[in-house]
Structure formats: structure tokens, C-alpha cells
Design a protein around this ligand. Structure first.
Ligand SMILES: NC(=O)c1ccc[n+]([C@@H]2O[C@H](COP(=O)([O-])OP(=O)(O)OC[C@H]3O[C@@H](n4cnc5c(N)ncnc54)[C@H](O)[C@@H]3O)[C@@H](O)[C@H]2O)c1
Length: 366
């Protein structure tokens, strides 16, 4: 609501929740009207619907909104079943269809944008993407829907889907096969899922999610490896720091220096407003070979304290992507197809974790 309220072209008008007290509270906070979910689509002022219910209802609500001609900003995952996601894709995929994007905040993170620009300028796709997500369960009480696979889809679907999307984006391909394991507490709640994915051409990804610690003990990082050329890490699940070691020649050095010099452009994400705390620094050492350089690139969005702001700006950028697509008649940068393919990987991972066998993600229907 905060992100939407601050975006030119959008004006929040109403909030619906099947728990009326929650709708009333949110509506009062943001000075909009509370209403029943059934009445939202009868309101002629509503042209965009943001869906932020637990995952199992996303597809049904997205379809209702799309079929009534509304554009949709959907929380991840797009659905908890691939058949439902396919229906949404059919309703949002045509040229004249209402537009839909999914709130993949990593795609709207300036450090991911910088890595993508470095890839385009000199690195190419990585050989390896490895996420370690030691996450908090402090706000996930015993009865929270997160633990109910029928509602959440399971950890790979509810949370992992962010990283399947981001990994496939940087690697430039969808995985061919995934193999996963899950671990449960004595009370049966699955709090850990480990997954490995093989990508075409020998690239690989791994994803470790564990929801078993208090907020203060959270720690997340993503290792990126371009083999001989570079390696490094993003810190935070909402990345706020980046460190890369790059081994390159004179042309590569010039490309990195150009990005480090024009920092605003290097970190730019449409709809994301920098805070002023963003910095890119470059340390340079000659390798003792003519024309060969070792670089250490560090980038920060303001450290861990910046996370809430980075998060909100990333949501705002997602909304800006949608508004841009609506007003220009174009496509959002994060498409319904992206949401479908990352869900396909997530569901294959969930299946592999349950059955113990390697699984091939289903391919996009023609
Ligand atoms: N993109 C991100 O980084 C990110 C971060 C957090 C949560 N999420 C996603 O946001 C969604 C909501 O998560 P949350 O933690 O806010 O959940 P929550 O349980 O705090 O809130 C969900 C709300 O939806 C209401 N609701 C449930 N079913 C409904 C229905 N059919 N119609 C109308 N209202 C309904 C509930 O009453 C509740 O108020 C989930 O899909 C979650 O995965 C995304």
C-alpha cells in the first residue's frame, strides 16, 4: 500500500480482506475504503488489483480480476498448481489482455540489476548460482498457513520461487532437472528444503532454505561463479551488499570502470528511488601479466539497515513495471510466462523433495 500510494499513475481506492477487521484496519491506516472481496470487482474505479492473500487463492483471484478486465499485480507464487497457472497465462498472455506481473522483488533489486549489467558487459551467464537462506520462523506460529502445504504450496513454492526465477534469469536458462530433500521437525512441520538443479550446458544451481531461527540469527547469501572470469557473493535474501572478484583484460577493466563511474545508471531499476546510500567501489591490482587485471568490486545499498527500504522500493518498481506496461500497451519486464516457468521449477522441486527422485520441470505449453 505504501509503495502504491507513492507511485504516479496509481491511486489506492479500496482494500478487501475476507477478515473484515483486517480490511478495516488497513483501510484506516491508508485512508482508503474497506470492502468485501466480492464487491471489489464491482467498483468501477478499480482498474488494477493487487493480490496478497496466501498462495492457494492467487490463481482464482487473478482469474476473476483478469476476466473482469482488471490488470493484476500478484504476489508470488502465481498459483500452487501448474494447471491453474496455465489458465492465468491464457487470460493474461494475449496482446489485448489485461496485464499481469508477479512481485518478484529480486528482479527489481539494484544489485541484481548491476550483476545483470556486468554479465551483459563482460561476464556472460554464471556457471553456478548457489543460495543459502537461513531464515527466521519467529513470525510463523504453529498454526500459520506457511506450514500447511495445501495453502502455501510448500517452501519451494511459497518462498523458493523467488530464487528459481532469479537463478534462471541470471543463468539465462530453465533447469533441466532438479533433485531435492526435505527435513521435518518432530511435529511434522517441514522447515528445511535443499535442492540442486542442472541447467543446459553444464551450469548448475543450488538452493538451501531453512526456517528455524529467530530474526536476529537470520543470514542469507548467494554465491555466483563465472569460473576463471569472476566469482562473488550477494548478501541478504533481499540483497543489500555485493562483492565480486573479477579477473579480466583491458577491455573488461574499462567496462567495469564505466559502470563504477556512472553508479546511478549501473544500479538503475525503473520505479526504484535510490536513497543516496548506494555505493560502488573498485579496487584494482595488476596481476603481473601485461594487460591482465584483478578487480574487487563492492556495491552496497546501505547495508542490512537498508533492507526495509530496499524491499519497499523493489515492490514499487514492480508496480511501476505494471503501470508502464498498461500505459504503453507493452509487456511488463517480469511476464506471466516468467511466473509460470519459475512455478514449474518450484513444483518439480517440491515433488522431488517428497518422492526423493530427480524431477524434470514441466515445459511451457505451446
Ligand atoms: N514478494 C515478497 O517478497 C513477499 C513477502 C511476503 C509475503 N509475500 C506473499 O504475500 C502473500 C500474503 O502473505 P502475508 O504474509 O501477507 O499473509 P497474511 O496471512 O499476513 O495476510 C493474508 C491476508 O489475506 C486474507 N485472505 C485470505 N484469503 C483471502 C481471500 N480469498 N480473499 C480475500 N482475503 C483473503 C487474510 O485474511 C489475511 O488478512 C503470500 O502469497 C506471500 O507468499 C510475498
Amino acid at each position: 500500500m505504501e509503495a502504491a500510494a507513492e507511485l504516479p499513475g496509481l491511486r489506492p481506492v479500496a482494500v478487501a480482506d475476507r477478515d473484515r477487521a483486517r480490511a478495516d484496519a488497513l483501510a484506516a491506516l491508508h485512508r482508503v475504503e474497506p470492502c468485501e472481496p466480492e464487491r471489489l470487482l464491482a467498483d468501477q474505479r478499480v482498474s488494477v488489483v493487487a493480490i496478497a492473500t496466501p498462495p492457494a487463492d492467487h490463481a482464482r483471484l487473478a482469474l476473476a480480476a483478469l476476466r473482469s478486465g482488471r490488470h493484476v499485480f500478484c504476489e508470488k507464487p502465481l498459483a500452487t498448481r501448474l494447471e491453474d497457472a496455465t489458465e492465468v497465462l491464457a487470460a493474461a498472455g494475449g496482446d489485448g489482455s489485461p496485464r499481469l506481473t508477479v512481485d518478484y522483488v529480486l528482479r527489481r533489486n539494484p544489485l541484481y540489476a548491476l550483476v545483470a549489467r556486468l554479465q551483459e558487459a563482460l561476464l556472460g551467464p554464471p556457471r553456478r548460482f548457489a543460495l543459502e537462506n537461513l531464515a527466521s520462523d519467529e513470525h510463523l506460529g504453529r498454526d500459520h498457513w506457511f506450514w500447511d502445504r495445501e495453502v502455501s504450496g510448500g517452501i519451494p513454492v511459497e518462498h523458493g520461487v523467488h530464487f528459481f526465477d532469479a537463478g534462471a534469469w541470471l543463468l539465462g536458462s530453465q533447469p533441466e532437472r532438479v533433485q531435492a530433500l526435505e527435513a521435518a521437525r518432530p511435529d511434522g512441520r517441514v522447515d528445511t528444503v535443499l535442492a540442486a538443479a542442472s541447467h543446459p550446458g553444464g551450469a548448475s544451481a543450488s538452493y538451501a532454505h531453512s526456517f528455524a531461527r529467530p530474526d536476529r540469527a537470520e543470514s542469507q547469501w548467494t554465491t555466483l561463479d563465472w569460473g576463471e572470469v569472476a566469482n562473488g557473493r550477494l548478501y541478504g535474501w533481499i540483497p543489500v551488499e555485493l562483492e565480486l572478484d573479477i579477473r579480466t583484460d583491458g577491455a573488461g577493466l574499462a567496462a567495469v570502470q564505466a559502470l563504477a563511474t556512472d553508479q546511478r545508471t549501473a544500479l538503475a531499476v525503473l520505479g526504484y528511488r535510490p536513497s543516496g546510500a548506494e555505493r560502488i567501489t573498485l579496487e584494482l591490482a595488476s596481476r603481473g601479466q601485461p594487460g591482465r587485471w584483478d578487480l574487487r568490486l563492492r556495491a552496497t545499498l546501505g547495508g542490512q539497515a537498508a533492507k526495509p527500504r530496499v524491499y519497499r522500493e523493489s515492490v514499487r518498481a514492480g508496480l511501476a513495471d505494471l503501470v508502464g506496461a498498461i500505459t504503453t500497451g507493452g509487456r511488463p519486464a517480469v511476464t506471466p510466462t516468467d511466473a509460470w516457468t519459475s512455478l514449474s521449477t518450484a513444483l518439480a522441486t517440491q515433488e522431488s523433495a517428497t518422492t526423493g527422485t530427480a524431477t524434470r520441470p514441466r515445459e511451457l505449453p505451446s
